[in-house]
Design a protein around this ligand. Structure first.
Ligand SMILES: [Zn+2]
Length: 349
């Protein structure tokens, strides 16, 4: 993998999730006039952002979960953006932590897949503000795991301020593939979803030997299939492995090696048949997810050391739904809270 250089770091010694950072938070020069804003350790909302300088313009790939963190990223990129202002914005998918800073870029073209645009309002900033507030109260209710839900959601949402956000979507949508040329540099936007979400896209810049994967790829963090199918995610990861690139920027976590990409494929290729077997033995989705986490195969695998192992529950629900089995992916606010309560209750050894 190409050597990278930190241009401007935040100097933080604790991550937003309260961990010791495994690498410094900040803007990195990833070579060939491309840059990555990397946020350790890649957990909830600790989202990476990409910048591709094309002559006197910069293409931004994704924004952050709130306005404050998006502005902070921009401030650290100021030396680049003074000479090459942001002229185009690409969203890899519709999760808020990749596009809720969009409103800070009025008047410039914003690109996403049509499926991403259609899913853009699946969460609302106001709901998350309410949930953040509610999580404090929940954490004092020691029944049915409501306190666990409160602590879980509180840790996830506390670092973020969802006030003042209005969700701004793409001005240019596409399906399949789209080439965007900016001052002679070609960016290939490749729809690879559904998988992580309904409308995932990855951004390949062949001339710069870089790919920005969005949340098709996490590094040292447990991935999640909100939408499925899992084959959408593994198919996309296999395409990434085939690319002739020096730099792979994941949606969360440090820059990826090819081995990191392969390990994510290994996770999915372990998870799907393991759950299938448990489901065929009549295990309900909660039990099956817990049995996977408790299994010898999991504990021996590299992915047992990844953060947010409990996300296995969401992916398990997605798979159970695809198999026509009872799952816990009910929509509506109460259903969603119950889903996260059950995820929070998984025991991770
Ligand atoms: Zn995502």
């Amino acid at each position: 993998m190409k050597a990278t250089r930190l241009i401007s770091g935040t100097g933080r010694t604790v991550t937003r999730m309260g961990e010791v950072p495994a690498y410094e938070e900040g803007l990195y020069d990833t070579g060939h006039d491309t840059f990555a804003w990397l946020v350790p350790n890649g957990s909830w909302g600790e989202t990476n952002v990409g910048l591709v300088r094309c002559g006197g313009s910069t293409v931004l790939i994704d924004t952050c979960w709130d306005l404050h963190h998006t502005r902070e990223m921009l401030a650290h990129a100021d030396a680049i953006l003074q000479a090459a202002p942001i002229s185009h914005l690409i969203n890899t998918h519709a999760d808020g932590d990749h596009c809720w800073g969009n409103q800070l870029f009025p008047g410039i073209p914003i690109y996403s897949t049509q499926a991403c645009a259609d899913q853009l309002h699946h969460h609302r900033p106001r709901q998350l503000s309410a949930l953040k507030l509610g999580s404090r109260l929940f954490s004092h209710v020691p029944v049915h795991g409501v306190d666990a839900l409160g602590r879980y959601m509180g840790a996830m949402l506390r670092p973020y301020d969802f006030s003042g956000i209005h969700v701004v979507g793409a001005t240019q949508t596409f399906s399949g593939q789209l080439s965007v040329e900016v001052e002679g540099i070609r960016l290939e936007l490749m729809e690879v979803g559904p998988g992580h979400t309904n409308g995932d896209c990855i951004v390949h810049v062949p001339e710069r030997r870089v790919v920005f994967t969005g949340d098709i790829l996490f590094v040292n963090v447990t991935p999640v299939a909100w939408a499925g199918p899992v084959s959408g995610i593994t198919g996309a990861l296999k395409r990434v492995l085939e690319m002739d690139v020096d730099v792979i920027v994941p949606g969360h976590g440090p820059l990826a090696t090819r081995a990191d990409v392969q390990r994510q494929i290994d996770y999915w290729e372990w998870l799907e048949p393991s759950l299938r077997t448990l489901a065929s033995h009549g295990h309900k989705v909660d039990e099956a997810a817990q049995l996977c986490l408790d299994s010898k195969a999991f504990r021996k695998a590299p992915f047992s050391r990844w953060r947010a192992a409990e996300r296995i529950f969401t992916s398990a629900c997605t798979l159970y739904r695809a198999w026509g089995l009872p799952h816990a992916r009910d929509s509506g606010p109460i259903g969603q809270l119950d889903h996260f309560r059950r995820q929070a209750l998984l025991r991770v050894a």
